[in-house]
Design a protein around this ligand. Structure first.
Ligand code: G
Ligand code: G
Ligand code: MN
Ligand code: NA
Length: 256
């Protein structure tokens, strides 16, 4: 069988799960939210990486179904965390959107219904898109992004720096958050060449009024450098690996 055939039955067979990775506000060390990441465990193949199955799912309509499931699942989880911790302040979940989802004309309405069903307020949802995705059908994508923005959702550019035309899209897209790819975050604090790149991205993003997340923060050296250079949020193994909600809950109450 092919990966595509196997993935087709994954959702109905209960093989999909969501793992959550904390995203920390660097100045306060407070958990601001979690990135939701899809996990697939196949009975014979074992754990299949999203790097393998997301592109396959994207080539068909399967990403739309699985993506909607993940959105609802993680919105419900975020709302459960908020309800269990009243008065702690904001807590968001950040969900990756595939190009294919972004090109669905009904996406904003689907998201609106998920917020209504789960009770998650729009400020509790961040959505991550990549520049490369956007470029395939900019007009449709831009319309959808504006519809999502009107709902009050926070939009992020994911993997920033790895795509094309970063600069023009940074200005054109209605995004509030720039996530710097972990390739650039590696080595900051050690005087390497990435420091200049990250400083430039921070200056540019802040000049445009965006906040910045550094991905792949693995060491205290990186964290300290990022914080002293004004980066807003950090995400990475230093703070926690992606884990199922029940396991993340313990880490979360510790980190809060
Ligand atoms: O969690 P991990 O590093 O294995 O994820 C690898 C890649 O898969 C990341 O780039 C991540 O953005 C992507 N990914 C994980 N979950 C989802 C998802 O639910 N939807 C989409 N579109 N991409 C995802
Ligand atoms: O592309 P995206 O940012 O959505 O992918 C997130 C992926 O990065 C997750 O699959 C996660 O497993 C991985 N990841 C998260 N934190 C770290 C980290 O500190 N170091 C490394 N090498 N990978 C990480
Ligand atoms: Mn992401
Ligand atoms: Na990323």
């Amino acid at each position: 069988f092919t990966i595509e055939q196997a993935f087709r039955g994954a959702l109905d067979r209960g093989q999909l799960a969501v793992h959550y990775q904390p995203l920390v506000h660097l100045a306060t060390e407070r958990v601001d939210g979690f990135e939701a990441l899809m996990r697939w465990t196949h009975p014979e193949l074992g754990a299949v990486s999203p790097v393998e199955f997301i592109p396959v799912a994207e080539d068909t309509d399967m990403i739309v179904t699985a993506g909607a499931w993940l959105l609802e699942e993680s919105a419900a989880q975020a709302q459960a965390w908020r309800a269990a911790n009243p008065g702690r302040g904001p807590l968001h979940v950040s969900v990756n959107l595939a190009v294919r989802q972004l090109r669905e004309p009904g996406l904003a309405e689907c998201v609106r219904q998920i917020l209504a069903r789960t009770g998650l307020p729009p400020e509790g949802l961040w959505l991550e898109v990549t520049e490369s995705g956007f470029m395939e059908d900019p007009d449709t994508c831009l319309r959808t992004l504006h519809d999502l923005e009107s709902l009050g959702i926070t939009l992020c550019i994911d993997d920033f720096g790895t795509g094309y035309s970063s600069l023009s899209y940074l200005q054109r897209l209605p995004v509030a958050i720039v996530k710097i790819d972990r390739a650039f975050v590696a080595g900051v604090g050690d005087g390497g060449p990435n420091e200049s790149i990250v400083r430039a991205v921070l200056a540019m993003a802040h000049a445009l009024g965006h906040r910045v997340v550094a991905e792949g923060v693995e060491t205290a050296t990186q964290r300290d450098w990022l914080r002293s250079n004004g980066c807003d949020f950090g995400q990475g193994w230093l703070y926690g690996k992606p884990l199922p909600a029940v396991e993340q809950h313990a880490a979360f109450t510790q980190l809060t």
